[in-house]
Design a protein around this ligand. Structure first.
Ligand code: 13P
Ligand code: SF4
Length: 301
């Protein structure tokens, strides 16, 4: 059996030979951090994939993230090392259902979470991530917004912006099960810890937060808040990333595991680079329409 050390050496060699860049989401298993060019949240990684000089992008994240890289960089080869790494929440919005809702609410502007398929992005007006959902909803001129698919993130953006936001009934199975009791219990054991909550959590959990953060914003908050202990209400893997960045600080997870994110292993990344697998391909007319939706978000800064 090949050791992780051998695999890492082989991956680094292939990466150089093929002029590839490896983009890694924060939730991916921490051994993959070692071969990453960038580790970040959906917004960071979208920006990186739009601005890379590499010929090949290897995307270690779930399917919609790799598709976003292809939408933004159609001239590059985008490889998604494992087809099983998909986001169940993104699958909760079918494009046919969105078209029906648009007919029902013709005056609403459609804001899609980045956790959506390319075809749903193509039917939407503007995209958002967990880092900028409030700013995106505020930027929309129309009075009415249809937010798809995360009901929790949509509710959070609605509450903060005060806009008329219609919610879809999608949710993340990892975040939606985190309860106020989980936060209270963690706070009982660690009373000085600051509470960071991902906005895919329910409203009553968000109400307990010292900071509501995308995964990337959690890094910034851990750096700047002045606290040395944190309760982290998101996917458990985030704590590995935080501990790596801040070895002197303490992080206590209250979230479970996104099994789809953990599908990608070092061996899959090696095979992806060796065999150029599995390449993302998109229908060009759908891709172009989806790109407009992503570009509008990226133009907001
Ligand atoms: P971030 O963009 O905050 O990393 O969130 C992505 C995601 O899928 C969270 O579940
Ligand atoms: Fe999708 Fe939830 Fe996994 Fe994020 S944590 S990729 S939203 S299932």
């Amino acid at each position: 059996m090949t050791s992780n050390k051998d695999l890492i050496e082989k991956i680094m060699k292939l990466k150089k030979e093929k002029n590839a860049v490896i983009l890694v989401h924060n939730y991916i298993t921490s051994d993959i951090y070692e071969i990453a060019d960038y580790i970040g949240d959906s917004l960071d990684l979208s920006r990186k994939s739009a601005n890379t000089d590499a010929d090949i992008i290897v995307f270690c994240g779930v399917d919609f993230m790799a598709e976003c890289a292809k939408i933004l960089s159609p001239g590059k080869i985008v490889l998604h090392p494992r087809k099983e790494a998909t986001c169940p929440m993104a699958a909760m919005a079918e494009v046919s259902d969105l078209r029906e809702k648009k007919r029902k609410y013709p005056d609403a502007s459609v804001v899609c979470y980045i956790n959506t398929s390319t075809s749903v992005k193509a039917e939407s007006d503007i995209c958002c991530t967990s880092a900028n959902a409030v700013d995106v909803v505020n930027s929309v001129k129309e009075k009415e917004v249809l937010f798809v698919p995360d009901r929790n993130l949509g509710h959070y953006a609605k509450t903060v912006s005060g806009k008329n936001v219609r919610l879809w009934n999608g949710y993340c199975y990892v975040h939606d099960v985190i309860t106020v009791e989980d936060i209270k219990k963690a706070k009982g054991s660690h009373p000085d810890a600051h509470v960071m909550v991902h906005p895919e959590c329910r409203a009553d959990v968000i109400a307990r937060a010292d900071a509501v953060c995308s995964t990337g914003q959690m890094i910034d908050y851990a750096k700047t808040s002045g606290a040395s202990e944190f309760i982290v209400a998101t996917e458990e893997g985030m704590c590995a990333r935080l501990k790596r960045e801040f070895p002197g600080k303490k992080f206590y997870p209250v979230g479970g595991i996104c099994t789809q994110m953990k599908e990608i292993r070092l061996y899959d990344v090696y095979m992806a680079l060796k065999m150029n697998q599995f390449e993302i391909t998109l229908d060009e007319s759908v891709r172009k329409r989806a790109k407009k939706t992503l570009d509008r978000m990226l133009e907001l800064g």
